[in-house]
Design a binder for this molecule. Structure first.
Ligand code: NAD
Length: 332
């Protein structure tokens, strides 16, 4: 199976090249992202392997199909960047890595919470400057706080378990309830109630037409004053302009984001010598109570090993014509 890998970085090449499952795979690594302009690079390949910010929209998929590409293998869980209908209509199979390490992302959400709350990022910088003052570094106890979780799938479940361990009250909203979490003490409630009650709200649902901009002015108005909002899921869940308003008027006390709606222009790139052209991001990072990480929730050794193993397994299954365990189905 000849596969063109798009948006590859040194760590992708490192993990795939050293994988024991690599034998029999013919991989070419491209650094450029997949989009309608770069799709022609897939000429002569059976499959393309893509990541979170590659764009497999209608036009791109038509181009891939005309080049004879038969499969799109996502080396991530989310698939909001693939037009499944067009893929299906063109006989292109779509596979993904549904669960490589839910704990990696859940633990990153907790890292954002603890950093914002206990201001360890600011304390670190102060001490490096010889400033041991603790003025304005007051935090709050997580113990007995109410944590609102939106989406209790694999990552949300791992996140709930950790927060229960802190002695928090965990309330959740999902279109499906997880009995195991209810037994552990998680209380499912309507979204409005979760927004209203929570001291910290963490998003773990997928981006789709029903969840796009679910956190907008209307939702923010329902939240507690000084709420902490954490998004490690997909940038499009949140209206960034509305969060800026919420931060300016103090409704949002803390914002931690690992994802951002326009992240494809910024994330995974070193722009340190350039002027940031995205005024919304420039404003967001100017707040002292905002923490932005560049989509690294997934980025642990264990997760990279699993992403590599499952992606190669998916490609082998495609090649052998076996039933696809990790196919993303299209339902009209
Ligand atoms: P999952 O499919 O196991 O869980 C998603 C949950 O969201 C499900 O329980 C589903 O019922 C629920 N849901 C669907 N629509 C909803 C709605 N309208 N309101 C509330 N809940 C809804 O997925 P997962 O593995 O837990 O991943 C969740 C998301 O995390 C992914 O979609 C992806 O966007 C994101 N993610 C981010 C990173 C990162 O590095 N930051 C890594 C992996 C995944």
């Amino acid at each position: 199976m000849k596969t063109a890998f798009f948006s590859t970085k040194s760590y992708d090449r490192e993990y795939f090249d050293k994988s024991r499952e690599l034998e029999g795979h013919d991989i070419t690594y491209f650094e450029v992202p997949l989009n309608v302009h770069t799709a022609r690079l897939a000429e002569g390949y059976d499959a393309v392997c893509i990541f979170v910010n590659d764009i497999a929209d209608t036009e791109t998929i038509h181009k891939l199909a005309s080049l004879g590409v038969k499969a799109i293998a996502l080396r991530c869980a989310g698939f909001n960047n693939v037009n499944l209908k067009t893929a299906y209509e063109n006989g292109i199979k779509v596979v993904r890595v549904p669960a490589y390490s839910p704990e990696a992302v859940a633990e990153h959400a907790v890292a954002l919470i603890l950093t914002l709350n206990r201001k360890t990022h600011r304390a670190y910088n102060r001490v490096r400057e010889g400033n041991f003052s603790i003025e304005n570094l007051t935090g709050f106890n997580l113990y007995k706080k109410t944590i609102g979780v939106v989406g209790t799938g694999l990552i949300g479940t791992a996140f709930c378990r950790i927060m229960l361990g802190f002695g928090c009250k965990v309330v959740a909203f999902d279109i499906r309830q997880n009995q195991e979490l209810i037994e552990k003490g998680v209380i499912y409630e309507p979204l409005e109630k979760v927004l209203f009650e929570s001291d910290i709200i963490s998003l773990h649902c997928p981006l789709n037409p029903s969840t796009a901009h679910m956190i907008d002015k209307n939702a923010i108005d329902k939240m507690k004053n000084g709420v902490m909002v954490i998004n490690t899921s997909r940038g499009g869940l949140v209206n960034s302009i509305d969060t800026i308003e919420g931060l300016k008027n103090g409704k949002i006390g803390y914002l931690g984001i690992d994802v951002y709606e326009q992240e494809s222009e910024l994330f995974f790139k070193d722009l340190s010598e350039m002027v940031i052209q995205d005024d919304v991001m420039a404003r967001l990072i100017s707040f002292p109570n905002v923490l932005v990480t560049g989509h690294l929730g997934f980025f642990t050794k264990e997760a990279l090993e699993e992403i590599t193993r499952i992606t190669l397994q998916n490609l082998s299954d495609l090649d052998a014509g076996r039933s696809l365990q990790n196919e993303v189905p299209y339902t009209a």
